[in-house]
Design a protein around this ligand. Sequence first.
Ligand SMILES: *Cc1c(COP(=O)(O)O)cnc(C)c1O
Length: 339
Amino acid sequence: MIDLRSDTVTRPCSAMRATMAEAEVGDDVWGDDPTVSRLEDKAAELLGKEAGLYVPSGTQSNLSAILAHCQRGDEYIVGDNAHTYKYEAGGAAVLGSVQPQPVRMLASGELDLDHISQVIKPDDNHFARSRLLCIENTHDGKVLPLDFHHRARKMADDHSLGLHLDGARLWNAAVALAVTPAEVAAVFDTVSVCLSKGLGAPVGSVLVGSQDLVDDARRWRKMLGGGMRQAGIIAAAGIYALDNNIGRMADDHDRAARLADGLQAIDGVTVTGRSTNMVFVDLGPNAETMAEHAAKSDILIALSGTTTRLVTHLDVADDDVNQVLDLAARTLPTAGASS
Ligand SMILES: *Cc1c(COP(=O)(O)O)cnc(C)c1O
């Protein structure tokens, strides 16, 4: 099976499973699980922060962070296409009484800083209190330059806002920029990273930041039902992922580039975007046909109309890319399709 729908579909390899089987565990809600603590410390250190918190999902990680930064009646400023605005079921508003203030997200994934300065509210009892700015890197696979991080930090400092990074795929950004994960995380007060995407762990995210913010987030995690007992079993997979699966993402990026180049060379196919491990493609009128043929060849793609997002990850090998390109070349060309 070649599954290109997302990098969330990766499955733990046998070495990862072995470390899980052997993990030392305890009750983490009591702070007794040495493997969870080791993962939290390791992630914090890698990202240059004081403390870490292991959470079941990126959604809970971002929500716990927003709730740690903001009180009831505060607002967080966020891109109108950001995961923390659009794809987390409105959690901050529903569960935290924290109002999202969306701002324009540019095609690059950067936020329009002029728009931000217009929506930041003065201290006046008509308004929610502007409290937090949220950035996402990577966004749709696109790497935001560190220069933008610095400009966002300045904006946050000028207006006494906290600064949070949804770094679900921060690892891909670090590899693509050839900098350390800590350099990507540097200017942020809190950073959420996923272990369960390109890193290949079966479950889990880590929130890192100052001890104070992480302590607050820990209370929210408990309230949200994310306090887990012998979680060292799954945290061990996270440690394995951090030790083994960051650098290899360069291969995923190379494969995405090769996939994009190969598809672009096929008549009637338009590659509309490619960055890190994602390729966005318009497959044209034969899109349905290709998806059907793909499914028969055990290749999974998710169509949205005639377009698709193809994602490379550690379960997609070089030869898999060849197979996908072969299939596309056989099924997609519009020229002669009807003859
Ligand atoms: C996947 C993802 C998350 C978190 O998702 P979960 O499925 O809750 O782990 C957050 N932000 C971005 C940008 C993501 O891609």
